[in-house]
Design a protein around this ligand. Structure first.
Ligand code: FES
Length: 155
């Protein structure tokens, strides 16, 4: 009889600590789920629209490459248009070859004219023409907006 009384507080204490541990584990799990919920699951990518500078930085009848941002700005006698430098075959970044007046892909040999038309495959389509506009005296290109092939920013 005396042994039962002496075991009871130990068992009670064990159950109390087990319960406390379960509550603590639940609280920690809940906090982890809350922290996961509060932190956004987004990729922070560079903006698709950016300035390339003032129009007079681009000579008439020129092709200017910005390989970091994967665009070409072409200035004609009439105005400007912009091309994506991303090859339409498998996405390599093309290169402007001034001597050949050609945009060429180093990966599989596709070639394009300065207005993006395919001269030589395997690229299945012309380079994308992308939006270009004048804003506060600067040329703004938006790689997320594709425009018609004949779209031109007249200057
Ligand atoms: S990725 Fe340009 S030709 Fe293949």
């Amino acid at each position: 009889m005396n042994e039962e009384k002496s075991e009871a507080p130990g068992r009670r204490r064990f159950l109390w600590l087990s319960g406390l541990g379960a509550v603590g584990a639940t609280a920690v799990g809940g906090a982890a789920v809350l922290a996961d919920y509060v932190n956004p699951k987004v990729l922070f990518e560079p903006p698709t629209a950016f300035s390339l500078g003032k129009p007079d930085m681009f000579p008439v009848n020129s092709v200017t490459a910005d390989y970091e941002r994967k665009v070409y700005v072409v200035r004609t006698e009439v105005g400007f248009f912009a091309l994506s430098a991303v090859c339409t075959h498998l996405g390599c970044i093309t290169r402007w070859l001034e001597d050949e007046e050609t945009i060429a892909c180093p990966c599989h040999g596709s070639k394009f004219t300065r207005d993006g038309a395919v001269v030589q495959g395997p690229a299945p389509r012309a380079l994308r023409h992308i939006a270009i506009r004048l804003e506060e005296g600067e040329l703004i290109v938006d790689t997320a907006v594709e425009v018609e092939r004949d779209a031109i920013l007249r200057t």
